[in-house]
Design a protein around this ligand. Structure first.
Ligand code: NAP
Length: 474
């Protein structure tokens, strides 16, 4: 743990495992109530001083943190592969994405402009200023263990907030590396605190009920987001929620099925399908569905699953056995109800994968609304293909979900692209684009996918209060 500028161990620990090999990587301090109280109190005590530092100073520290993270890109990526499982190339990309937030918000810190507003009376002036909201309680998931930490820390610190962050139990080591960097660039004690624990419940309760914390920012499942949102409502705290998704992937009749299948194979299996913006329903126009599915299946059959540190591996393990069981259950349910397994459809337990949590990259054809996979977030390497006949129907089908995070469309027809961009009820829409994310762009969902945005100009606004000054002149 990192509390009040000091690294802190504890007698109680919990183990962290490599999901590809089952090997234990470390024992990490398991926070108790005292640790949590110390972290919150430290952030609270430090807030007046940190919020009064100049934006220039905060920007300089974040810039230094960016430089240090870039310097450490390779070891950070390697550690991420060991702890979380994604192939090394993807881990390098994530470290870059994580560092991008530090740089982007170092720049945004100096652009926290206010405004003046024409007042109704001639002797009156209106000034609008933005001030940091206060102490932030942050909770992050394991699937993007470094970038989800900086996506919260960088805007919060740039805005002048202080933070207590709890990383996912499966990936505390990546979070620790981010805090080592902040420590080394000289962030004052108490500004950012890290509490590692195997029991998230007391942390959630403290973050949502403690009066010293003014904002809760959470990335994780919709189920837990709901619990935290409800509790935070009682004490009227500001909340940001980056939750689950069930992304539709539309391939229209005019699209090139080969190009679209390539895109589908690249985005679906990223992080072994363990991404909130991973396509969960691939709607393909019936006239090209056969060709699309054949090309997708061919690409998927050539993917090699394994330890992400080895050469040529494009699909890593799932995070744990429960994740494999969930995928297995969804595939079995779909097949029982009439879907066809075109490729994959089973666990991988041979050729050195015995001790890890592997599931074969899978393509399912003939997926229909009554199947669990059609509605539940899969979080695994399964691409369900669903043929469709016309644009209006597919738009309704795509929108028929409680989630609203990301959607993808392949089309070469500009009017169709614009109609679908406008009609899809999702926070992020990729038009012939499988990677519509960047530190400079607002990321977030509608409906059960969450509240608020991270990244971009919008991301820092989540950590600011708006204050109106009305001045009467004499
Ligand atoms: P999760 O089970 O909700 O856990 C997320 C975080 O919440 C972890 O740190 C977890 O701690 C903590 N947590 C669990 N129960 C809690 C409670 N009662 N009170 C306070 N904290 C609690 O989700 P996950 O399985 O780690 O992550 C996968 C989910 O995250 C997926 O649904 C995915 O779509 C979503 N996600 C969304 C985005 C986005 O930007 N929208 C990005 C990435 C992931 P422990 O680890 O100790 O359980």
């Amino acid at each position: 743990m990192y509390i009040d500028g000091q690294w802190r161990a504890n007698e109680a620990t919990f183990p962290v495992f490599n999901p590809a090999t089952g090997e234990k990587l470390a024992d990490v301090a398991d926070a108790n109530a005292r640790d949590l109280e110390d972290a919150i109190e430290s952030a609270h005590r430090t807030f007046p001083e940190w919020s009064a530092t100049t934006a220039y100073r905060r920007a300089a520290m974040l810039r230094d943190a960016y430089a240090l993270m870039m310097e450490r890109k390779e070891p950070l990526a390697k550690q991420m592969t060991e702890e979380q499982g994604k192939p090394l190339k993807a881990a390098r990309n994530e470290v870059q994405y994580a560092a991008d937030f530090l740089l982007w918000y170092s720049e945004e810190a100096r652009r926290l402009y206010g405004s003046t507003i024409p007042a109704p009376r001639s002797d009156q002036r209106f000034i609008v200023a933005h001030q940091p909201i206060g102490v932030v309680g942050a909770i992050t998931p394991w699937n993007y263990p470094t970038s989800m930490v900086t996506r919260k820390l960088a805007p919060a610190l740039a805005a002048g907030c202080t933070v207590v962050l709890k990383p996912a139990e499966q990936t505390p080591l990546c979070a620790m590396e981010v805090f080592k960097i902040l420590d080394e660039v000289g962030l004052p004690p108490g500004v950012a605190n890290l509490v590692t624990t195997s029991n998230p419940v007391p942390v959630g309760e403290a973050f949502t009920s403690d009066r010293r914390i003014r904002k809760v920012t959470f990335t994780g499942s919709t189920e837990v987001g709901r619990i935290l949102g409800e509790a935070a409502g009682k004490s009227l705290k500001r909340v940001s929620m980056e939750l689950g998704g069930h992304a539709p992937f539309l391939v229209m009749a005019d699209a090139d099925p080969v190009h679209a299948a390539k895109g589908a194979s690249l985005v679906k299996f990223l992080n072994t399908g363990q991404a909130c913006i991973s396509p969960n329903r691939m709607y393909v126009h019936r006239s090209i569905a056969e060709q699309f599915t054949a090309v997708l299946a061919d690409r998927v059959s050539k993917m090699r699953a394994g330890n992400g540190l080895a050469d040529g591996i494009s699909v890593g393990p799932l995070v744990d056995d429960a994740a494999v069981e969930k995928v297995e259950r969804q595939v079995t349910d779909a097949v029982d109800k009439g879907a066809t397994t075109v490729v994959g459809g089973h666990r991988l337990t041979a050729d050195g994968l015995e001790a890890g949590h592997f599931y074969a990259p899978t393509v399912l054809d003939g997926v229909e609304p009554g199947m669990d996979i059609y509605r539940e977030e899969t979080f695994g390497p399964v691409a369900p293909v669903i043929p469709f006949d016309d644009e209006d129907t597919v738009l309704d089908l795509a929108n028929d979900t409680e989630y609203g995070l990301a959607a993808y469309v392949y089309t070469n027809d500009l009017s169709k692209a614009m109609r679908l961009f406008e009609g899809l009820r999702f926070g992020i829409v990729g038009i012939n684009d499988i990677n519509p994310t960047a530190a400079a762009a607002p990321f977030g969902g509608m409906g059960d996918s969450g509240l608020g945005r991270e990244g971009g100009r919008e991301g820092i606004a989540e950590y600011l209060e708006t204050k109106l000054g009305g001045f009467s002149l004499r």
